[in-house]
Design a protein around this ligand. Structure first.
Ligand SMILES: C[S@@+](CC[C@H](N)C(=O)[O-])C[C@H]1O[C@@H](n2cnc3c(N)ncnc32)[C@H](O)[C@@H]1O
Length: 308
């Protein structure tokens, strides 16, 4: 083959490879314009409080590209048009799902679980109460509420005699489906000690990778529901504990303040709010008592004798 023909063949092969790669990796050339980004970030802020500033544009582009691929669309213009015409609200839900960060782990930030079993449970016992209603707000794929359930099951020998309920809510329907199933592969259980894994999980598949399901005894303690924290909340409370960890970090300070005020209303007297370790209520007006970093308590009303 002459040099010229060989170069021609090579160029054609390279072109085909590039086109196939662009189709597979998705929308390499599709641009998210500043106006489209602003529309997405305004919608996201209004609907679920998540604050997507200018620095998040590439992240938003990459995450929305998944929606475009799923819908077989070639441009963000087409997608924005589809979003505008979608009266069902399904695509808005799917878009919020795609944009939210769901990173979580079993036994994440373990000091909160230690505080729960070493301080809160003994305090309830001392007061004669056997009621422990917990809310995991922004529970993602279930690792947080199941970690709460495992710690309570380990710390309270007569758990059946207690009124223990764990409400676990999230905005994302996708993660909630996974949470309800309670199925995790071995890697996701790496922070759960072997003894607790054997006690609270059943191995449901050995190959190609081991997969485990949370046992029914734990699953029945947890009730999963979709709830957007920005909407009205149907539950009455009160909750002895609210976990809202690594969620408020995506909200601006006024939104955080409103949320903390609503959590405070739903907490039982002396109830505890746990927030994520990279979060803080500094700069947020609230009525809670600071206990230690990331742990806040609703002040109990003064008893009648003390108040007199
Ligand atoms: C990073 S995960 C944290 C999961 C878990 N709390 C933890 O600390 O491991 C944040 C979760 O908050 C949820 N989320 C974000 N905005 C929300 C909103 N407005 N209402 C309810 N859940 C929201 C996301 O869907 C996501 O699953």
């Amino acid at each position: 083959m002459s040099l010229g023909r060989r170069q021609g063949v090579e160029l054609r092969v390279r072109y085909t490879v590039c086109v196939v790669f662009a189709m597979q990796s998705g929308l390499q050339g599709a641009e998210l314009t500043d106006a489209q980004f602003r529309r997405v970030s305004t919608l996201t802020k209004k609907l679920c409080g998540i604050n997507l500033h200018e620095g998040k544009k590439q992240l938003v582009r990459a995450r929305l590209a998944k929606r475009l691929r799923a819908l077989g669309m070639a441009s963000f213009e087409e997608y924005m048009d589809y979003l505008r015409r979608d009266d069902s609200g399904d695509e808005l839900t799917a878009m919020l799902d795609a944009l939210s960060t769901n990173l979580t782990r079993f036994f994440r930030e373990p000091s909160h679980f230690v505080y729960m079993v070493n301080t809160i449970v003994p305090r309830l016992l001392a007061s004669g109460s056997r009621r422990l209603h917990v809310w995991s707000a922004g529970c993602s794929s279930g690792e947080e509420p199941y970690s709460i359930a495992i710690h309570l099951a380990e710390a309270i020998p007569d758990l059946q005699a207690w009124d223990v309920k764990i409400l676990a809510t999230d905005l994302s329907t996708t993660v909630l489906e996974r949470a309800r199933e309670g199925i995790y592969d071995k890697k996701r259980l790496q922070d759960v000690p072997g003894m607790l894994r054997s006690k609270h999980f059943t191995c449901i598949e050995a190959r190609p990778e081991r997969r485990y399901q949370v046992k029914e005894s734990l699953r029945q303690l947890v009730h999963f529901a979709r709830l957007n924290l920005m909407d009205t909340w149907p539950m009455g409370g009160p909750f002895e504990i609210i976990f809202c960890r690594n969620v408020m970090i995506y909200f601006d300070k006024p939104t955080q303040a409103q949320l903390v005020e609503r959590f405070t209303d739903l907490l039982a007297p002396a109830g505890t709010l746990f927030i994520g370790h990279s979060e803080s209520l500094t700069g947020v007006r609230h009525q809670l008592r600071y206990v230690e970093p990331t742990v806040y308590e609703k002040p109990a009303p003064l008893s009648e004798e003390k108040a007199a």
